[in-house]
Design a protein around this ligand. Sequence first.
Ligand code: GDP
Ligand code: IMO
Ligand code: MG
Length: 421
Amino acid sequence: MDVLLGLQWGDEGKGKIVDVLAPQYEVVARFQGGPNAGHTLEFDGIKHVLHQIPSGIFRPQILNIIGNGVVLDPIVLKKEIDGLGKFSIDYQKNLVVSKKATIIIPTHKLLDAALETSKGDKKIGSTLKGIGPTYQDKIGRAALRVGDILSPDFREKYDTLVEKHKTTLSFYNHPIDALPEMEAQFFAAIEFFKTLNLIDSEYVVNDALASNKKILAEGAQGSLLDVDFGSYPFVTSSTTMAAGACTGLGVSPSKIGEVFGIFKAYCTRVGSGPFPTELFDATGEAMRKEGNEFGSTTGRPRRCGWLDLPALRYSIMINGVTQLYMMKADVLNIFEEIKICTHYELPTGERIDRLSFEISDLDVKPVYKTFKGWHCSLAEVRSYDEFPAELKEYVSYLENELHVPIKLVSVGPDRVQTILR
Ligand code: GDP
Ligand code: IMO
Ligand code: MG
């Protein structure tokens, strides 16, 4: 099983690459996260954003698995499936859902909003899809799981959980007027959900491995949003790193082959939290405009800045990345000069290149190395040989610093704008 994951704060371009690599695999599986994700695929002039369905869904020969580590919103899933109606996808055959995946219920979304509001100016900038409260219930051994919807006492289990949530919502004085309408949608979606192929996915995954089928595990979010290693508490509530693929699918670490680390040629972050190389000036604004950096799930403008080497090295380390894929190189076309952060400078003047526990609270200044920009379009470039010399230099510098080969460079959102090295 190979694992593909984001090395930054999400939105690196994972969806595009899963779609590009999918023909080499028999199975694509999501292992964590939920509808907070927005994975974009572009081909034949059409753009698709997937939230919970794995990005192999447009390839009819691929089995797409929503694994046990995922938190799933039935309402969003139904909408997603309805939205793909015109593509004649055989969901019974190509999409299966783990009975051990956790269900997001309407009050989880209300709780997400109540908790964010209560944080005042310390808001995480959550997507408000109910992710945090649902994982909290999972770990707290109170959640509902997909398999539960088939049980005759599902409604009873649901009501028990909702009563508990209402106590918390009333503590936060959070309005629940919207709940009846949300519940009507939820139970309608549950009826639809029952018609899908609900399975013991750990057996399907391990049987596939035993018969030498190739599986691609599709990460959501990014390593810097990991609940253990991200910039806590400004993180998501799941294990976004490679290890999450083992717990989120029921696969032994010994079965992991390649770990594909996806990163943008610069950095973006949506939501709050530390971002040492963030640009607040016209350069950052130009990056946002050129990269169309607006959230695929919430539409929020993404914060933009230069590439951060200490952070990238950290993500490579905790994931054991074997191949790097650099995305959105074309967005840097517009710049005369391009910068890479090599170190952080502490208020004491000391230079560091590691992400210590304390770093989130320190006012660090990025130290940059400056590169000459290539300043030309990459839209029609289809091989590494056609790369401008300045881009080749950018790639070589990164490979030397990171000690991992950059095997793919993406020069546009379309499937065909993908250069293998
Ligand atoms: P994901 O969450 O990691 O799948 O990434 P998103 O889909 O949220 O965000 C990536 C955005 O960049 C999407 O709009 C993609 O269509 C777009 N994209 C992906 N690769 C490239 C690229 O190489 N160049 C440009 N300009 N856009 C890209
Ligand atoms: P993909 O898979 C970018 C961010 C949110 C917020 C924090 C917590 O498309 O890369 P949550 O809703 O999980 O409680 O939000 O994490 N976040 C993402 N940022 N891409 C994502 O997913 C994200 N999923 C969550 O903006 O800062
Ligand atoms: Mg995204």
